[in-house]
Ligand binder design. Structure first.
Ligand code: SAH
Length: 351
């Protein structure tokens, strides 16, 4: 990105940038509207700007979005998975899901990830790089352009750890929810983290009415450490406390993600311990039978265990839901496709 990354600029930044070029403030607002409301991807489409200004913009700025490499449509439901390429060739994934209440996009926030959760395919090659705010935004815009739909909900649950790319994710949330841009309500945005305690508190300071999801996946540190290296850094109690403080500060219910792995974290005792740990917190638990990743030896829990787990939580007053599995036939989860494609790309280069 040798030119100014205009897609990642908040409206005030864009106005400042335009002022430096010698143009009036309202031009900055117009350009912001073109990029984030009309969602064009070239300066030539900005037809209410003079040709001269468009030329200057082309010289000084770039619209660095994502490019579609491939897309997979599920035959079981309306889920579509996209493989996008970013500058310098890395591949990321996004997913479009249709629910009763409208369209949701699951965005990636990093190419790769350095958190190392052993059931997750996104982290196998480590962190490649952080995505810019513009690259996160353009996953949504690109999908909207291709499908002719309007996206109303966003989950930051694709490749990467959002709180490990903190500033760009905050910028992304600010721009996507701007009334003169895409105007997606902050209440319809979920940020999912593996539990970086300090960053959860930092996020709480912004008092954004977004939903925080914390990937817990275990009832205690002993089990959590088996598959989440981050548990060696932050104590279980501290993660729960941060989530609970977050709920207090923002008055928003926190979600705990719990992937059920056969024989690892899905027993009755595990459910009972989890219920004790979460007692009294403004929270909701999402139970997700783990998706097996071919490099890993984890199996999903049986339907019977999932139901039993859910019932135990319910009986103890812990609200929970078993998450519907969308796009199972297209590997719509967790960096699986991206990895295969990156590997094939590598093979092609090597041969
Ligand atoms: N890094 C963030 C967000 C990305 S992962 C986080 O950890 O929350 C989004 C969710 O998918 C997380 O809850 C993650 O633990 C979960 N996940 C990753 N691989 C999975 C798998 N194979 N099966 C089920 N859930 C998985």
């Amino acid at each position: 990105m040798e030119k100014a990354d205009i897609l990642s600029m908040e409206q005030e930044e864009l106005i400042e940038f335009i002022r430096e070029i010698g143009e009036a403030n309202f031009r900055g607002k117009q350009i912001f509207n073109w990029l984030h409301n009309k969602k064009v991807c070239s300066f030539d489409d900005m037809t209410n700007l003079s040709v001269k200004l468009r030329e200057i913009l082309k010289e000084k700025a770039g619209i660095y979005g994502v490019k579609t490499v491939k897309k997979y449509k599920s035959s079981e439901d309306n889920t579509i998975k996209y493989l996008f390429q970013i500058e310098n060739g890395y591949i990321i994934e996004s997913v479009l899901m249709k629910y009763e209440y409208g369209y949701t996009v699951c965005v990636s926030t990093q190419a790769g990830c350095r958190m190392g959760c052993s059931f997750c395919a996104s982290t196998i090659g480590g962190l490649e790089r952080n995505l810019t705010a513009g690259e996160i935004l353009s996953q949504i815009y690109e999908i909207e352009r291709q499908e002719g739909v309007r996206v109303g909900h966003v989950v930051m649950m694709g490749c990467g750890e959002p709180l490990d790319n903190f500033e760009n994710c905050i910028k992304f949330i600010s721009i996507i929810s701007h009334k003169e841009g895409a105007g997606i309500s902050r209440r319809n945005i979920t940020l999912s983290t593996c539990g970086l305690v300090g960053k959860i508190y930092e996020l709480a300071e912004y008092k954004l009415p977004i939903t925080l999801a914390v990937s817990l996946h275990a009832p205690n540190d002993e089990i959590r450490r088996r598959f989440m290296p981050v548990a060696n850094k932050y104590k279980y109690e501290d993660v729960i406390k941060a989530a609970s403080d977050y709920a207090e500060i923002t008055k928003r219910r926190v979600t705990f993600e719990y992937s059920l792995i056969d024989g690892v974290n899905d027993s009755r005792e595990n459910a009972e311990e989890l219920a004790l740990r979460l007692r009294g917190i403004l929270a909701h638990v999402n139970l997700i039978p783990v998706n097996s990743v071919k490099e890993r030896n984890y199996n999903r829990s049986s339907d019977k265990s999932v139901r039993a787990f859910s019932r135990i939580l319910m009986e103890r007053g812990i609200e929970n839901a078993v998450r519907r599995r969308l796009g199972a036939d297209i590997n719509a989860a967790c960096g699986q496709l991206r990895k295969t494609v990156m590997e094939n790309k590598k093979k092609n280069i090597e041969h």
